[in-house]
Design a protein around this ligand. Structure first.
Ligand code: AGP
Length: 612
């Protein structure tokens, strides 16, 4: 998730652009840059790291221009570096572009552009788009907006872009597909464009939001909005009534709630470009490079910490059931000190949001020393672990600001389903089964949306139970890890004691704690172990334990046993954790808010545990 800003008007663009970049720092970034139209052409500078690294370059650049674009990058393709930072340009340095999103078909576009003589300098998908626009702009009498339109008609994926050229110095062309773009109207002939209203609010509250498939040509005489097939669009001006602090969270009170609500889009981004439905295959670039070794591995060890470890536990059930490979899931902090029995026929999969967790990194290095094939499921592009694994798949969850992991976990589950498919289809998984899983994976964003719509109901449950001193979270098979994750979520943000258990384990001791003050969450979707979970619920009920059940839509029978029920849509068992986890996240969130906890930065915790 990158930050984009552009300015056109009467003032010097540079200070306005820099101030806008700083307002978007909260989105997370690894590099930044800007380009300004000067009398003698466009001047551009871009630097890896903090925005102050960019700031240091400016005093020597004499930037007086009144039209410019700028960008903070959250890397999706190509590790963070000066070269990979935006803006990008084509073969000539007279047309510059900043981009937020993922160009899915950039490999094919790149191949064609190279054939046509374009010299590609970086590994980014964005540079390919700059060359594509430049290609059309070179045609006789083509205006910038026409070249952008033609280029975008060849693009698959998501983008929010801003483009400038020294040949038309009083113009910025912007376009949106899947990544937000907002136009700020400061005065006649003075406009700001940004991916995020926080960069605009200091200058104006009068905005126009571009919709997907729309583009705008902004000049010092006004702006014109059209669709990609050049149909004019009437846009209304809206007034933003958020304060900046609210705008950073898109109006949500906390980053954690915003990130919980983003999960349908996160799953879309995780699976985008990675499903070959016809062939019932998962298309994971990094795994394809290692397909020879992956076809031969005879065991898998998954290594992670915290929430990522619980994702790995779900992956164990998936891979063993659908790929028939034995899987061992290890806490990284344990793995690194034990004598793991692994060798070159073992694949070690490390799962990590930050890509910097010290225990996970140490475990990865131990696995490499023993000759295992190391694979990463990582969110932060270019992070240490992302750079040290033999191959991997990025989560594409965007920056996760809340310390309690939610959307990154969701993305990890989606990618583990794709990894399962990749390995399964190399073995005995049939085409039909592969297609069935992909078909259901595509349905998950909509189904997650349905669970999110019960936010108010879950908030009511939080109000009913938030004074409880302890909770059990119970589940079986695919939902046993979700029981553990639900307990962790509640513990880490509300500070209430909670324990997750396989529900079959209750009678071996923990049930001694049950009384009418000790509520239990049961994950009880209608799956292969449903009846077993129901009988465990009966055991709790018989001891006056209160029960909150997560059940499949239409399951009325469960209401005779549970005190409260949250319903989720039906899905295939291996993907049910992507639905059952959502009520756990929302319940923990609302309990923490009721207890006035620091939801986004809970006490004692860090977002990335870079110490042992
Ligand atoms: C989860 O909500 C916690 N913040 C924590 O358990 C986290 O999952 C763990 O520290 C692993 O972090 P990583 O995914 O960045 O490696």
């Amino acid at each position: 998730m990158c930050g984009i800003i552009g300015y056109i008007g009467k003032k010097r663009a540079t200070p306005i652009l820099m101030e806008g970049l700083k307002k978007m720092e909260y989105r997370g970034y690894d590099s930044s840059g800007l380009a300004v139209i000067e009398r003698d052409g466009i001047k551009c500078t871009k630097k890896e790291g903090k925005i102050e690294n960019l700031e240091k370059e400016l005093p020597t650049m004499d930037l007086d221009g009144v039209v410019g674009i700028a960008h903070t990058r959250w890397a999706t393709h190509g590790e963070p570096s000066d070269e990979h930072a935006h803006p990008h340009w084509g073969c000539k340095k007279d047309l510059f572009l900043v981009h937020n999103g993922i160009i899915e078909n950039y490999p094919q576009l790149k191949e064609q552009l190279i054939k046509e003589g374009h010299k590609i300098k970086t590994k980014t998908d964005t540079e390919i788009l700059a060359h594509l626009i430049e290609k059309y702009y070179e045609d006789e009498d083509v205006k910038l907006e026409q070249a952008v339109q033609k280029a975008l008609q060849n693009v698959k994926g998501t983008y929010g872009i801003a483009v400038i050229t020294s040949d038309e110095p009083n113009k910025i062309v912007v376009a949106r597909m899947g990544s937000p773009l907002v136009l700020g109207i400061i005065s006649d002939g003075e406009y700001l464009i940004a991916s995020d209203v926080t960069a605009i609010l200091k200058h104006t509250r009068n905005v126009m939001y571009l919709e997907d498939g729309e583009m705008a040509t902004v000049t010092d005489e006004g702006m014109e909005v059209v669709t990609l097939d050049n149909k004019p669009v009437e846009k209304k001006t809206e007034k933003v009534d958020w304060e900046i602090a609210q705008a950073e969270k898109k109006g949500y009170p906390h980053f954690m709630l915003k990130e919980i609500m983003e999960q349908p889009e996160v799953v879309l981004n995780a699976i985008r470009g990675r499903m070959m439905e016809e062939e019932g295959l998962a298309h994971l670039g990094g795994f394809i490079e290692q397909k020879g070794r992956l076809a031969k591995i005879n065991s898998i060890t998954i290594v992670a910490c915290g929430t990522a470890y619980y994702a790995g536990m779900v992956g164990e059930y998936m891979i063993e059931e659908y790929a028939g490979i034995p899987v061992d899931v290890e806490y990284a902090s344990e793995f690194r000190y034990k004598k793991p029995v692994i060798d070159e026929n073992t694949a070690v999969i490390v799962i990590t949001q930050s890509g910097e967790t010290a225990d996970t990194l140490a475990a990865l290095r131990e696995a490499k020393r023993k000759g295992a094939l190391t694979l990463g499921i990582v969110n932060v592009v270019g992070s240490t672990i992302a750079r040290e694994v033999d191959a991997g798949a990025y989560s594409h969850a965007g920056p996760e600001i809340g310390v309690a992991s939610t959307k990154a976990f969701m993305s990890q589950l989606a990618i583990l389903a794709l990894v399962t498919m990749f390995l399964g289809r190399q073995r005995n998984m049939s085409l039909v089964m592969g297609q069935r899983i992909l078909e259901e994976l595509k349905e998950m964003p909509k189904k997650i949306e349905k669970v999110l719509k019960q936010n108010d109901e879950i908030k009511r449950l939080a109000k009913k139970y938030y004074k409880s001193p302890s909770f059990f979270f119970m589940g079986r098979k695919y939902n046993f890890p979700i029981a553990l994750e639900g307990a962790l979520k509640l513990k880490e943000i509300s500070y209430i004691h909670a324990e997750g258990y396989g529900s079959g384990e209750m009678k071996h001791g923990p049930i001694a704690l049950i009384d009418d003050k000790f509520p239990s969450f049961f994950l009880a979707p209608q799956d292969s172990v449903y009846e077993k979970v129901i009988s465990n619920m009966e055991e709790i009920k018989a001891r006056k334990g209160k029960i909150i059940a997560v059940a499949t839509q239409g399951d009325k029978a469960i209401e005779k046993i549970a005190d409260d029920v949250i319903y989720i849509p039906k899905t295939i068992e291996m993907l049910s954790p992507m639905l059952t986890v959502v009520p756990m996240q929302l319940f923990a969130y609302h309990v923490a808010v009721l207890l006035k906890r620091d939801v986004d930065q809970p006490r004692n915790l860090a977002k990335s545990v870079t110490v042992e």
